[in-house]
Write a protein that binds this ligand. Structure first.
Ligand code: DNO
Length: 359
């Protein structure tokens, strides 16, 4: 595996490349052109400029998160082929610039959903949190307003104000789309893009739905082992792969995370590893990465990745806001850096134990 760090790009991220470079063991960044809209073609020039900027800081682009998929593709409307052609063009440009990993999601309307962006914990840190009761009490149009005040001025991924202004319209557009239709639209999309992915060896890595169930009655499909394996079989090409996000699949306590990792052997191209602390099955908060601070056994998650021969990028995921940092919720420097070193420590121990058992 290779330890990486998400970076939203200059002007969008409070963290700078030189700071990432100083986190021990972090060699690459996972980045994006944050100001592009879903459906837009990414020019080669802009991709190259981003690459140059990252490389000048002594790092490299380990992958893109995300190239977002236009709603027309998810809905399966008449315009979808045009947007798929644009997506293919973007993939071509990424491939030509030697970028071989693309994380994306297929969630309707909302990307990840949290009900609090700054829940205070006993130690004074703040974390992202989710309570089902809060979602049930809101209508989707109010969701954006209810959380945007806590965003520290940042634009949250998937929660862009222009999109949120159209929430009602978006919901209407999805009214005829159930889980099966969404799945079929995803397969259609993947089949169309596989040739370009094969040509440039681009690994597509689908991010799970977060939380891993339907919110506001919208269809959600990338939620458990059964569904993700179904998708792997439906488009049985190694370039159709997975972002294994422990914090997203883990929102459903029925998901056995190490088991899922083993079942997906060879198809996990990217991993987001973080912990959650459940206060009840319907209320969780994003704790520190450390196993003892949350509900998951992070050692077992890392061990499953190790034992399945995972060799792609890992990144620490949402961190707590600590030490007075003001940043995009979940994406400060300090706690994610702690997460990276902790995960690196687990990996080193697993690797050494494995190697000494062979002697
Ligand atoms: C949240 C992220 C997601 C993820 C997208 C992938 O912090 O994990 O926004 O990047 O779902 O397309």
């Amino acid at each position: 595996m290779e330890m990486t760090f998400r970076w939203y790009g200059k002007g969008f991220d409070t963290v700078e490349l030189w700071q990432i470079r100083q986190i021990p063991g972090v060699t690459g960044v996972i980045t994006t052109l944050y100001d592009t809209q879903p459906g837009e073609v990414w020019s080669r020039e802009r991709i190259r400029a981003l690459k140059d900027e990252v490389e000048a800081a002594g790092l490299y682009i380990a992958g893109i998160e995300s190239v977002n998929v236009h709603d027309a593709i998810k809905i399966g409307s008449d315009e979808r082929d045009r947007y798929i052609d644009n997506y293919i063009e973007t993939l071509e440009h990424l491939g030509q610039e030697d970028i071989h990993l693309v994380c994306y999601n297929f969630m309707p309307v909302f990307d990840w959903t949290r009900t609090e962006l700054a829940r205070k914990r006993a130690d004074g840190s703040t974390v992202l949190a989710y309570t089902q009761a809060a979602v049930d009490a809101l209508n989707p149009e109010d969701m954006f307003a209810s959380i945007s005040g806590d965003a520290n001025g940042a634009i949250l991924p998937g929660w862009e104000p222009e999109r949120m202004a159209r929430v009602k319209e978006l919901f209407e557009m999805y009214s005829g789309v159930d889980n099966e239709k969404l799945f079929a639209n995803l397969v259609y999309f993947l089949e169309k893009i596989m040739p370009v992915c094969n040509k440039y060896d681009i690994k597509m890595a689908i991010h799970p739905d977060d939380p891993a169930w339907s919110v506001f009655g919208l269809p959600r499909i990338i939620i458990n082992e059964e569904n993700i394996l179904r998708l792997m079989k439906a488009v049985d090409d190694v370039h159709n792969g997975v972002t294994f996000c422990s914090g997203s699949y883990g929102t459903n306590l029925k998901n056995d995370l190490p088991h899922m990792i083993r079942a997906l052997k060879g198809r996990i191209h990217f991993a987001h590893v973080r912990n959650l602390k459940f206060n009840s099955p319907d209320d969780f908060e994003e704790s520190a990465h450390l196993s003892s601070d949350g509900t998951f056994d992070m050692y077992e998650i890392m061990r499953a990745l190790y034992e399945t021969g995972f060799s792609g990028p890992i990144r620490p995921d949402h961190g707590r806001m600590i030490w007075g940092e003001v940043a995009m919720p979940g994406y400060g420097l300090y706690d994610r850096a702690l997460g990276a070193t902790y995960l690196n420590g687990l990996w080193e121990a697993i690797d050494k134990a494995h190697k000494s058992s062979l002697n």
